[in-house]
Ligand binder design. Structure first.
Ligand code: TTP
Length: 616
C-alpha cells in the first residue's frame, strides 16, 4: 500500500501589503493597506487589528484608523508613471492603468526559491501568493535516512527524540485537535512534513523578507483549510483523527469551490457548514444536484480528496488591457494607450523570459469598436511580435506594431476597449537564432526592427532570375547548403518573389529574411549552423571559401557563443528583477533580521535540524 501523502499549502500573508512594505521600508507593525483607485484591495494585519477590511473605501478606512498608510498600486500612463509614494493617492483612472507587475515579480521570486529549496517536491502554483507542495517523496526519503541513521538499517520509522515526544516534532505548528499520536505512522509523516514547511517558510522569510502561513495535511483540501486557520506567520497541522470535528463546524465559504452559487444553493437548503451538508439527506442533495455532483460534494465536506498536486503549465499568452468609461475616437490617445499597454506587456515578457527563457512570436490586438450600427463589437488582429534586440522588447516597437494593426483593422472607432496580448511562445534560443540567421541573409538592412520569423510560405522565385545568380555568390552559401542539408524539406520554408539587396540564396531560390523557419530543428544544430555561417562569412571576406578546422575555431573563439549571451542576458535580467525594483531601491526590508528565524520551537531545533536539515 502506498504511504500516506503529505501535502503543504503555503500562503503569503497580506501579500500585496508585504510587497509594498518591503519596497518602501514600512515596518509590519504599521497599519498599512494597498489601494486601487478609491478602494482597498489588501490590508495588513496591524490595520486589520484596527478594524480595516478589504474593499473599504480609503476615506472610511481613515476614519477607523487615522494613522493608516495607504500605498496605491503601481499605475502606468500617469505623469510620474510610477505610483510609488504612499499617502493621498492622486491617480486618474481615465488616463492611468493599474499594473500588478510588482506582485507578479515577487511571486516569481518566492516560487523560484521554493523550487530551489525543495527540488524533489512537486509544486503547484495555485494563485499569485499560494502554492501546494506535495512533499511525500521528501518525507519518505528523510524518514528512511533517519531510520538508517538510528538503527543502522531499515526499520519502522520513528520521530521520537527521547525528550519531547512526537508533539515536539510538529515544529511550532498548531496541531488541530491536540497532540500528535506517537504510535501513528501517518502522524509521524505529517510531523516530518511540518519540519519541511518550517524550513521553507524560514527560507522565504530569511532570503526574501516575506512571512507566510502553511497548512500540513494529507490532501490539498485540508492543507488549504489549515493554512488559513492561524494567520499570519504560523503553520497548522491536521492529523487525520481531527478531520471529522474540523469539517463538522467549518463554514462552507472556507471550503474551496463551495462559495458563490453552490454555496447559495446549499444555504437555501439550510446548510451553512460542511457538517450540515454531510448530514443532509443524500436523496435531497441528489435530487437537487445530481448523483455525480453530490458524490463529489459529500467527499469534500468530509475532508476527502485525492486531487493530485500538479505542476501548472506555463501561461500560453499574456494580456494587457484597458477599458474606457467613455468611448474615444482620438487616435493620438489610442497611440498613447498602446505605449501604456506595451509597457505592461514588455514588463511581463521580460519576467517570463527570466523565468522560462522564451519569447512570444505573435502580437495580437483586440479592440471593442462601435462600428456595428452603434453596438460595440469585439474584434482582433494579429501580427508578428517586433524583434527581440539587445535591449528589447521595446515599448515603442510594440506600440508601433499595435498601431499598425489598429490602422489595418476595420470598425475601430469609437473605441471602448483596447488589449494587447503576446502569445505563440518559442524558446528564446530558437527565436534569437532565427533572428540571427535572418539578419545574416538580409545583410545590414535587416538590423531595423521587423519580424524575426515568418511562418507564411509563398511562391518560390524562378532560379534563373539575374538576382538569383547574383545571390548565388553571396558568402555563406556553402555553409547554408551544407548545414541545411536534410533540414530544409521538413522545416525550412523558403519562399519569395523579390530579391532585396543582401538577401541570401539557396539553389537559386531566393531566401527572404522573413522566410526562414527552423521549427523542429534542435538547438544544438542551430548553434552549429550559426557558427558555420560566421566562419563562412569571415572566410568569404578574406576571399576563401574552405576554412580548415583550426582556422574556423580561431574565428569562432573570440566571439562569445550564443549560449553565453543567453546566460549573460538571463543573469542581467534576474539581477535586475530580484535585487532591485524599478526605482532602483534595494529590495531589503530594514526591519528584517538577517538571522535565521527560529520560529516557535527552539529547544529541540538543533537536534531536529540534523534530522530534517536536508531538503534538496
Ligand atoms: P489573499 O491571499 O486573498 O489575501 P492576502 O494575501 O492579502 O491576505 P491573507 O493574509 O488573508 O491571505 O489575496 C492575495 C492578494 O491578492 C492580496 O494581497 C491582494 C489581491 N487581491 C485583490 O486584489 N482583490 C481581491 O479581491 C482579493 C481577494 C485579493
Amino acid at each position: 500500500m502506498a504511504a500516506a501523502r503529505v501535502i503543504l499549502h503555503i500562503d503569503l500573508d497580506c501579500f500585496y501589503c508585504q510587497v509594498e512594505q518591503k519596497r518602501l521600508g514600512i515596518p509590519a507593525s504599521v497599519p498599512c493597506a494597498v489601494q486601487q483607485w478609491e478602494g482597498l484591495i489588501a490590508v495588513n494585519y496591524a490595520a486589520r487589528a484596527a478594524g480595516i477590511t478589504r474593499h473599504m473605501r480609503v476615506k472610511e478606512a481613515r476614519q477607523h484608523c487615522p494613522d493608516l498608510k495607504t500605498v496605491h498600486v503601481q499605475t502606468l500612463g500617469g505623469s510620474d508613471g510610477n505610483g510609488e509614494e504612499f499617502g493621498p493617492a492622486n491617480r486618474d483612472k481615465a488616463t492611468e492603468k493599474a499594473c500588478l507587475e510588482r506582485y507578479r515579480r515577487a511571486s516569481v521570486e518566492i516560487i523560484g526559491l521554493l523550487h530551489r529549496s525543495a527540488s524533489k517536491a512537486v509544486i503547484e502554483k495555485a494563485s499569485i501568493d499560494e502554492v501546494y507542495i506535495d512533499v511525500t517523496a521528501l518525507v519518505d526519503e528523510e524518514l528512511q535516512e533517519r531510520a538508517a541513521a538510528e538503527g543502522g538499517g531499515p526499520r519502522r520509522p520513528g520521530l521520537r527524540d527521547g525528550t519531547e515526544g512526537l508533539h515536539g516534532f510538529a515544529w511550532g505548528s498548531v496541531v488541530v485537535g491536540g497532540p500528535l499520536d506517537e504510535g501513528s505512522e501517518v502522524d509521524q509523516r505529517l510531523a516530518c512534513g511540518a519540519a519541511i514547511a518550517c524550513r521553507l517558510r524560514g527560507a522565504v522569510r530569511e532570503q526574501l523578507g516575506f512571512t507566510c502561513s502553511a497548512g500540513i495535511a494529507g490532501n490539498k483540501l485540508l492543507a488549504k483549510i489549515a493554512s488559513a486557520m492561524n494567520k499570519p506567520n504560523q503553520q497548522t497541522l491536521v492529523p487525520s483523527r481531527a478531520v471529522p470535528s474540523l469539517m463538522s463546524d467549518l463554514p462552507l465559504k472556507k471550503l474551496r469551490n463551495f462559495g458563490g452559487k453552490l454555496g447559495q444553493e446549499l444555504e437555501a437548503l439550510g446548510c451553512t457548514t460542511a457538517g450540515e451538508v454531510a448530514r443532509h439527506p443524500r436523496a435531497v442533495l441528489e435530487a437537487r444536484f445530481g448523483m455525480q455532483r453530490t458524490a463529489w460534494m459529500l467527499q469534500a465536506v468530509n475532508g476527502i480528496s485525492d486531487e493530485p498536486v500538479q505542476v501548472k503549465e506555463k501561461v500560453k499568452s499574456m494580456l494587457a488591457a484597458k477599458s474606457f468609461d467613455a468611448a474615444t475616437s482620438d487616435v493620438a490617445a489610442i497611440k498613447r494607450w498602446f505605449r501604456v499597454l506595451g509597457e505592461e506587456l514588455c514588463d511581463r515578457m521580460l519576467n517570463d523570459y527570466a523565468e522560462h527563457h522564451r519569447h512570444p512570436r505573435t502580437l495580437s490586438l483586440s479592440y471593442r469598436g462601435g462600428g456595428n450600427g452603434g453596438y460595440a463589437t469585439d474584434r482582433s488582429k494579429a501580427g508578428p511580435m517586433p524583434r527581440f534586440g539587445k535591449d528589447s522588447p521595446s515599448i515603442e516597437a510594440i506600440a508601433d506594431a499595435a498601431m499598425a494593426l489598429f490602422q489595418k483593422a476595420t470598425e475601430t472607432l469609437p473605441c471602448t476597449r483596447l488589449a494587447l496580448s503576446a502569445h505563440d511562445f518559442a524558446p528564446a534560443a530558437l527565436t534569437e537564432q532565427q533572428g540571427a540567421i535572418t539578419r545574416f541573409f538580409a545583410g545590414p538592412a535587416a538590423s531595423a526592427p521587423g519580424p524575426s520569423v515568418s511562418p507564411l510560405p509563398s511562391t518560390p522565385a524562378p532560379s534563373s532570375s539575374p538576382s538569383a545568380s547574383r545571390a548565388q555568390n553571396q558568402p555563406g552559401r556553402a555553409a547554408f547548403d551544407k548545414l541545411f542539408k536534410g533540414v530544409r524539406k521538413s522545416s525550412l520554408r523558403q519562399t519569395s518573389t523579390e530579391q532585396p539587396s543582401g538577401s541570401g540564396n539557396m539553389h537559386g531560390k531566393h531566401i527572404q529574411p522573413a522566410d526562414i523557419c527552423l521549427d523542429g530543428v534542435d538547438i544544438e544544430r542551430q548553434r552549429r549552423i550559426l557558427q558555420d555561417i560566421r566562419v563562412q562569412q569571415a572566410f568569404a571576406a578574406r576571399g576563401s571559401d574552405h576554412p580548415d578546422e583550426q582556422q574556423a575555431s580561431d574565428i569562432l573563439t573570440p566571439q562569445p557563443l550564443h549560449q553565453k549571451r543567453d546566460q549573460q542576458e538571463l543573469q542581467r535580467q534576474m539581477k535586475s528583477t530580484s535585487t532591485t525594483d524599478r526605482s532602483g531601491t534595494k529590495a531589503t526590508h530594514p526591519n528584517m533580521s538577517s538571522k535565521r528565524p527560529r520560529l516557535e520551537l527552539s529547544k529541540t531545533q538543533p537536534k531536529l535540524t540534523s534530522l530534517f536539515g536536508r531538503l534538496k
